[in-house]
Design a protein around this ligand. Structure first.
Ligand code: ADP
Length: 653
């Protein structure tokens, strides 16, 4: 028979490895290099975004500062420089000219007219003061003549504007007068006398108030300065920086300017220490550390954008400072956003690539799976073909086996039959003897009956014929069991009374048992032990056993044949047949059931009885066992299946 082996399909080709999104399998130095490169790209992008945003922020800040400068310049212009043309009007006034032309002793008379003119002009302008100086720098007439603290007769020759104007050069600058200690912007114009060949006979001065300007200035949100040409801060927000210098000044210079321009008021107490070179387009400046706290609300350690503008018509410069921190914060935010966006982009690209890889991997795996499936299907097909071939072969073999079994069975039946005939052959002498007696009597009685009929004695003839009938019946009783035993019949299982089967078998040996003086011990009640087997076959087994026992006891002084019955287990009964015969040698016991094993003389035994008997019993689901009998002799145990429908054996506890 072919060996059916289920072989596994050949190991499928290795599945494609799931590829990691990050090439973690790269050698370490490459990974580090890749990471460094990535970091550098992020940094560069962040830096680029930072610079771009910073430049943009500074531009916007510069625009805002420029706008602030415009507003401030307009305010200064309206407050200060609109007075610039007034001194020209003073120069043309005849009262003023008369006053300045008059000798000193006559001036007192001419002064009131000039004073009134100046007062009227000043009232019209709404400025703080208009006055006229003589060539010595003394105030000859003033618009404030009505006030007790007026400037009349005040000595102002030390003022820089006078020194310039008396030399014929118009001058203008910021100064603090020493009478009222009030800051103002002074416009000075030389007054020339047409009659004295345009000689300078005095100086006309207009003082422009800066209070309104100051008010506005201090209201500035962003820090802002007004710086004069020498680098002195005239107006500032924060106010502490007023009269600060941009760069450190020599002490003597500070004292001189204080004396000449600021009525002795201290200046230069604070040095801002900043360079405003190039601040017209905006310059990034850093204030000294100790000053930063003063730049409220924009204190801090960060740089500022300084934007300055020269004021036309004055020697002033306006400077506004803008804190660059918001720009830096915004630039940093933009840098971070750019880096994040780049990161997202990179992640997106990685994700897309990974998806692509996964999809490819999936496709490959699917293709591989399909291939494996195909292979498997092919294998299954092959195996199925093998299997159906094997099944066909098996079926053929089964048919052959059944045929062989049939042949064997008929051979066995033939053998059984042969064995039976052999037994009958052995019995033939005894049977002949058994039959010869009734047959002789029948012959004699029937001859006598004929004679009695000839004589007319019909009564006796009838009596004789009656005896003949009885004898024929007796012969029939001898022959009937033999016929039954010798009948060749197929084995058919049915309920069989064991006691009856034993009796039938014993009946066949009746004459031999009697002749050899064998005592039979058979304590089995009729209809108590019902086995499920074929009666004829069981009888044949018992005939074999009884025949062997009688043979074995032939030479023994004590001849006893004993039957006993009991339950072997819950499904089988055990019938033991023991004798007081020769028993077995160890070697005989070993080969007892082998075919053709016999210890008997040729012609007396074939050595098939026990083999056939065991086969018959095994066919019914029973068995045959042999063992030495306890007191010598042999003991055979016949195991038989109990009939299913039978009542429990009588006589059992
Ligand atoms: P056969 O009777 O033709 O020899 P069997 O198969 O019936 O064949 O018996 C085989 C042998 O078993 C016998 O020859 C005998 O030696 C031995 N044997 C069988 N029954 C007994 C018995 N009751 N006592 C002793 N020996 C026995």
């Amino acid at each position: 028979m072919p060996t059916l082996q289920w072989t596994h399909p050949p190991a499928a080709a290795p599945m494609p490895e799931a590829r990691s999104p990050i090439p973690s399998s790269l050698p370490k130095p490459h990974r580090a290099l890749g990471l460094a490169l990535l970091l550098a790209i992020f940094l560069a992008a962040g830096l680029f975004a930072y610079r771009l945003s910073e430049r943009d922020g500074i531009d916007r800040m510069r625009q805002a500062a420029s706008h602030q400068l415009d507003t401030l310049a307009a305010a200064i212009d309206s407050e200060v420089t609109r007075h610039a043309s007034i001194p020209s009007a003073v120069e043309l006034n005849p009262d003023v000219l008369a006053l300045l032309r008059a000798p000193e002793d006559k001036q007192d008379v001419l002064q009131p007219a000039a004073n009134r003119f100046l007062q009227k002009l000043n009232d019209h302008l709404g400025g703080p003061a208009i006055f006229v100086l003589d060539t010595k720098g003394r105030v000859a007439a003033s618009s404030d003549w009505i006030f007790s603290d007026n400037l009349l007769a005040a000595e102002l020759s030390y003022m820089p504007f006078f020194r310039n104007a008396v030399r014929g050069v118009p001058a203008r600058h910021y100064a603090v007068d020493h009478v009222r200690h009030e800051p103002g912007y002074y416009f000075a114009l030389p007054i020339r006398d047409e009659q004295q060949e345009w000689k300078v006979i005095g100086v006309a001065v207009v003082k422009s108030g800066i209070r309104e300007l100051e008010r506005r200035w201090l209201g500035q949100e962003a820090p802002a300065l007004i710086v004069d040409s020498s680098g002195l801060v005239l107006l500032a927000s924060p106010p502490d920086w007023r009269y600060a210098t941009l760069q450190p000044w020599p002490k003597a210079e500070l004292e001189r300017v204080s004396r000449e321009q600021f009525a002795g008021q201290a200046i230069g107490a604070v040095t801002l220490d900043i360079e405003l070179e190039g601040a017209a387009d905006g310059a990034i400046v850093r204030l000294p550390k100790h000053l930063r706290g003063d730049l409220s609300p924009l204190s801090g350690a960060k740089p500022y954008l300084a934007l300055s503008r020269n004021l036309p018509g004055t020697a002033w410069r306006i400077v506004v400072f803008s804190d660059l921190r918001p720009v830096a914060v915004q630039a940093a935010t933009h840098a971070a956003l750019t880096a994040a966006a780049l990161g997202c982009l990179l992640l997106g690209a990685l994700y897309a690539k990974q998806r692509q890889r996964l999809a490819r991997g999936r496709e490959e795996a699917q293709a591989m799976l399909q291939r494996a499936n195909q292979e498997l299907e092919n294998k299954v097909g092959e195996r199925t073909a093998d299997l159906s071939e094997a099944v066909d072969r098996l079926q053929r073999e089964v048919v052959e086996r059944e045929r062989a079994e049939q042949t064997l069975r008929s051979a066995q039946d033939e053998l059984v039959q042969a064995a039976k005939l052999a037994v009958l052959g052995q019995m033939a002498t005894g049977i002949t003897h058994e039959l010869s007696q009734p047959l002789g009597a029948i012959r004699t009685l029937s001859a006598n009956a004929v004679e009695f009929m000839h004589r007319g004695d019909l009564v006796t003839a009838e009596k004789n014929l009656g005896i003949v009938g009885q004898l024929a019946e007796q012969a029939g009783r001898i022959i009937t069991p033999l016929k039954t035993f010798a009948r060749k019949s197929p084995a058919v299982s049915a309920a069989v009374d064991v006691a009856q089967a034993v009796d039938s078998a014993l009946f066949l040996f009746e004459q031999r048992l009697r002749k050899q003086n064998v005592t039979v011990d058979r304590p089995i009640a009729a209809d108590s032990w019902i086995a499920w087997c074929d009666q004829n076959r069981l009888q044949q087994v018992l005939v074999n056993l009884i025949g062997n026992a009688i043979d074995a006891m032939a030479e023994r002084p004590e001849r006893r044949l004993r039957f006993a019955i009991a339950l072997a287990d819950e499904r089988r009964l055990a019938l033991t047949v023991s004798d007081t015969g020769s028993g077995f040698t160890a070697q005989a016991l070993e080969h007892l059931f082998e075919p053709f094993f016999t210890t008997k003389q040729p012609g007396e035994g074939l050595g098939l009885g026990l083999t056939i008997s065991r086969d018959i019993l095994r066919d019914f689901g029973g068995d045959l066992l042999a063992e030495p009998a306890p007191g010598g002799g042999a003991c055979f145990t016949v195991l038989l299946p109990l009939s299913i429908n039978a009542d429990p054996p009588k006589g059992l506890p």
